[in-house]
Design a protein around this ligand. Sequence first.
Ligand SMILES: Nc1ncnc2c1ncn2[C@@H]1O[C@H](COP(=O)(O)OP(=O)(O)OP(=O)(O)O)[C@@H](O)[C@H]1O
Length: 316
Amino acid sequence: MIISNEARVTPIIAISDLTKTYASGFTALKRINLEIRAGEIFALLGPNGAGKTTLINIVCGIVNPTSGVVLADGHDILKDYRAARSRIGLVPQELSTDAFETVIATVSFSRGLFGKPKNAAYIEKILRDLSLWEKKDNKIMTLSGGMKRRVMIAKALSHEPKILFLDEPTAGVDVELRRDMWEMVRSLREKGVTIILTTHYIEEAEEMADRVGVIRQGEIILVEDKDALIRKLGKKQLTLCLQNPLKGIPDELKAFNLDLSGDGRNLVYSFHSGIEGTGIAALMKKLGELEIAFNDLNTKESSLEEIFVSLVRKQP
Ligand SMILES: Nc1ncnc2c1ncn2[C@@H]1O[C@H](COP(=O)(O)OP(=O)(O)OP(=O)(O)O)[C@@H](O)[C@H]1O
C-alpha cells in the first residue's frame, strides 16, 4: 500500500485492521487501515464487488465488522454507536423513501430519528439549497428520480452531520444533476463537512476529490492526494526509433528517465505531462550532441482509465 507522506492531522474517521467475513464465509474486507481527514473530500474507487459498500455500511453501523476498530469523530462505532452515528449522514446507493410522505415530513422525521430538536429554519435551508423547497409539500412518489435523490441527500443532512457518505451519488443521474451535486458537495466541504464518496466514474474523482483511495478485492491498494495521482496518471512516453541500436543508455543521458527496448532500437523517454518543462527539448539537444539519430518517433499517453484498470486488475 502506498500512503502519501503528508503531515498527519487528526483523522475524523480512523479505521484500523478492519476485516469483514460475511456469514457465507466470503471475506469482503481484509485488514483495512484508512484515515479520513477532517474537511476533505475522499473518493473511494474500486470495481464492482471490491468492498466499498461493505466498508461504508460498517462505518455507518449497518453491517457489523468481524474484527478491527472504527472511530468516527473519536467515537467507537460499536461501543459508542449513537454518538458515532449522529456524526454521520449516509446517502445510500438505493433510493428508499416513504412514497406517501411529503418531502418536508420525511426530512424532518429523519432529523428526529437522531434525537435532534426541531429546527424548521435549518430544514428550510437544506431544502432550499437542494432546490426542493418548491416541492416541500409534494408526496415523494410524485417526484422525478433526480428529485428523489435530492430528498435522500436532504435526509442525510437533516441532523447536521459532520461526515457525509455518498455511495455512487451520480449513478444514473443526468449531467445537470451531476453538476448540481458536485456543486453541493463542494459547498458542504466549505462548511467543514467531510465527504467520502464512492464512484465508478474516474472523472468524478478527478473533479471532486482531495484524496483518492483505491480498493481491490477487499484491500486498500493505494491512498494518494489527487493531484499527485493525476501527475502519475498523466504519464506520457516518447519512443524514438534509433538509426543505430544502443547497447546501453549513455552516461550523458543518465539524467533522463530513459529505457531501451526492441534490442536497443527503441529509446523510450517517460515523463509526466502535468509538469511544466518536460525535458524533451533538453533530451533532443543532448541526442544531437551525441549524434544519436532516429528515424521515427511516437508518443503514448496513459489514460486515467488505463491506469485505474491496471491498478485494480487481479494480480497473477
Ligand atoms: N450479505 C452478504 N453476504 C455475502 N456476501 C456479500 C454480502 N454483501 C456483499 N457481499 C459480497 O462482498 C463483496 C463486496 O461487496 P460490496 O457491495 O461491498 O462491493 P462494492 O465495492 O460496493 O461493489 P459495487 O461497486 O458493485 O457496489 C462482493 O463480492 C459481494 O458479493
